[in-house]
Design a protein around this ligand. Sequence first.
Ligand SMILES: [Zn+2]
Length: 279
Amino acid sequence: MPELPEVETTLAGLRPSLLGAKIVRLVVRERRLRWHIQSGLESKVRGRTIIAMRRRGKYMLIHLDRGGLLMHLGMSGSFRVILANTSKNTGGNTAIETHDHYDLITDRGDIIRYRDPRRFGCLLWASGDPTQHKLIRTLGIEPLNLEFNGKYLHHAAKGRTLAVKNLLMNGKIVVGVGNIYAAESLFDSGIHPARGCHRISEQRYQRLAESVQKILNQAIQQGGSTIRDFAAADGQPGYFAQELMVYGRAGAQCHQCKTPIRNITLGQRSTFYCPKCQR
Ligand SMILES: [Zn+2]
């Protein structure tokens, strides 16, 4: 499932083709995504210029010279960029496949093709500033911003009794720390995922905030190497395997202490941790 680093990487992969370009056509083949692609969206975006692109949580916000678009990759979404010179030769990699639900075609001749087998992604219209869309303005803070720190987390935990991992995955508190990155950050900061969030000092929360930022930044940097493939339209979504310390490693030895990694369920999500390194 695409997480914050993959969304960041996707945006970086799309930027060279989309930023500053004019949308000449939107072709929708399947409207039934997580939310229906509204009828008439094609005419709303036609002729609009893309003036800014940014990530907010796991949404990609496309600012147009009037209005904007919200895109989300859902569980299985990915984009393929078919550059103008590629589409001239009718090579097999430009063929439309079953799960290719929409295309954005720019005045540069590039085709941005969205694929999503499970259809949990979205393409929504924002009539004004996309950052003010109702789905966006209620989101928690960004984990890579300065305001995400020990003080913030410690304050957010006050009066709550839930497990720290569930606090970290609550999108109203902080956005985009998915299951993998929550597990890895808790390991990195030595905090047990099931520990009650009210039983953690501000100092330990500061360490946790720094771990979250370190691990997300590493993933984004590693993603950088896939951008080239992405732009070459090889159809690969540009996700990347990071070296994971605990996630998916149940029963395997902890890289630090050799204790077997454990797997429990927290908030209906599989949770991996080292019982010795994490308290
Ligand atoms: Zn360990």
